[in-house]
Design a protein around this ligand. Structure first.
Ligand SMILES: [Zn+2]
Length: 471
């Protein structure tokens, strides 16, 4: 896939599950509820033994080399388990597993060999590890439109495994032999392992059509899925960003986010991504040759005189996609990617204008951004924010860069207070109003708001923190 606004999401996700659950407690229907689970033992302590067995089972590489490869892929998985990046058991994981089981109905030899896990990564992507573990990023759901598209992507990954692409690629690419694997810094290695060759990608696309054809999923949706996977993240915000910038209580200096400045910011971002490419950042190109692949798939569909199956009910997919969108924003927030999270939450608000969850997300990201400004670390923070050709990202970045701390404090406070008028029973928003008051008006004035919160939500999620403030 190509660069998009999330392409820098490559650091480990460190999550405190308790915190996540606290944040989500009020709005269960907007998020995936993790069911009690046991981490599969092969992910934690049977990796070496399992790698040995898998190595015996293949005939592409010599056993030692295959064993090393499998072991490394288990290390990568284990690291993701430890950082909390994988979801194990929720409705989306169950749903993915159900689709994979359906797809493997006529693939007897693959049964029981393929597992699918969901990751918290917002990047639009899916991978297949050499041992048959498919990782689907929650961000993928954000762009797909229906279950057939998702099934298509899963078939592509299944084919990578079926054709043993990882092992074959390793055999071909002697450079990889010199690659020093370690269990500490694995993202780069992961991408290298998954940088399949062009032929492998074309072969997996053809394989995907082959598995889909004749089943209940519509193979004609697969090229659409490919298009979404490769496309830049388009700016889709219509009115809400300008609404956000111009509330009736605070008007942003429009010169800051003028077209000219946005263009400048975008150009900076383009030249930065070019220089990154020059440094040989090729491992991120896990899905090269997008256009050609789409054409090739369409040719195949024509040559087999493909007939579409009956239309599928898309309700379950749509419901899970909506939750995936909320999860993606929450994950970006927990990652400290406040600008991305703010932009995504504004998009959520546009789609779900009456959603309290979306508003809470806007408010808390705005709060943390104002805190960064107040603490004088906004420059450092923004230095790491990639605009990646998104004009909306550029606008937000400029806004937080150029707006002075007192103005930002005022904006935060007035914006948040206005949201509390919309949702007076929302505890999170009430809390952030008090916290914003402290930032904007100082501790003494904020006491009024802390006391108000304490009266209304005496045993709320933030009550311990608030009591410390009052005492
Ligand atoms: Zn692929």
């Amino acid at each position: 896939m190509s660069d998009n606004m999330y392409s820098k999401f490559l650091k480990p996700v460190i999550l405190v599950f308790l915190l996540v659950n606290l944040a989500k407690a009020q709005n269960k229907t907007d998020f995936f509820v993790e069911k009690p689970f046991q981490v599969p033992s092969y992910l934690l302590n049977n990796a070496e033994k399992l790698a040995k067995n898998l190595a015996k089972d293949q005939d592409v590489l010599d056993e030692k080399e295959a064993e090393e490869m499998y072991k490394n892929s288990f290390y990568i998985l284990k690291e993701r388990v430890n950082t909390g990046e994988l979801y194990f058991s929720n409705e989306l994981t169950d749903y993915l597993t159900k689709i994979v089981d359906d797809l493997l109905l006529n693939e007897g030899s693959l049964k029981g060999k393929i597992r699918v896990f969901l990751t918290r990564n917002p990047q639009v992507n899916a991978f297949c590890l050499p041992d048959g573990t498919i990782l689907v990023n929650v961000g993928l759901l954000n762009v797909l439109e229906n279950e057939s598209q998702l099934a298509g992507i899963l078939c592509h990954e299944i084919t990578h495994y079926k054709k043993q692409h990882a092992l074959n690629q390793r055999k071909k690419n002697k450079d990889l032999k010199d690659q020093k694997y370690s269990n500490t810094s694995s993202e780069g290695v992961l991408f290298k392992m998954l940088s399949y060759s062009r032929e492998n990608e074309f072969e997996s696309d053809a394989g995907a059509v082959n598995i889909l054809n004749g089943g209940k999923y519509n193979a004609a949706e697969y090229p659409n899925a490919l298009k979404f996977l490769m496309e830049e993240q388009k700016d889709t915000l219509k009115g809400s960003l300008s609404d956000f910038f111009n509330t009736d209580v605070f008007t942003v200096d429009t010169a800051i986010v003028s077209k000219k400045n946005v263009k400048k910011e975008l150009n900076k971002s383009v030249s930065r991504s070019k220089s990154l490419l020059k440094l040989g950042d090729v491992e991120y190109e896990t899905h090269p040759d997008g256009e050609k692949r789409i054409l090739a798939v369409k040719e195949i569909l024509t040559s087999i005189e493909y007939k579409e199956p009956a239309k599928l009910d898309n309700t379950e997919f749509a419901n899970l996609k909506r939750k995936a969108e909320f999860e993606t924003v929450e994950n970006a927030y927990l990652e400290g990617e406040y600008i991305t999270a703010l932009l995504l939450s504004l998009k959520l608000k546009e789609k779900n204008p009456t959603s309290e969850t979306a508003e809470v997300m806007i408010v808390k990201n705005l709060f943390w951004l104002s805190r960064l400004k107040e603490n004088g670390v906004m420059n450092d923070f923004l230095g790491k924010v990639e605009v990646n050709k998104s004009a909306d990202m550029a606008r937000l970045k400029l806004f937080f860069d150029k707006t002075k701390a007192p103005d930002l404090g005022k904006f935060l406070f007035t914006y948040t207070k206005k949201q509390l008028e919309r949702f007076p029973e929302n505890e999170s928003i009430a809390f952030y109003v008090a916290a914003a008051a402290e930032l904007h008006l100082g501790k003494d004035a904020a006491l009024v708001f802390y006391k108000k919160y304490n009266t209304k939500f005496p045993s709320g999620d933030y009550s311990v923190y608030i009591k410390n403030k009052i005492d």
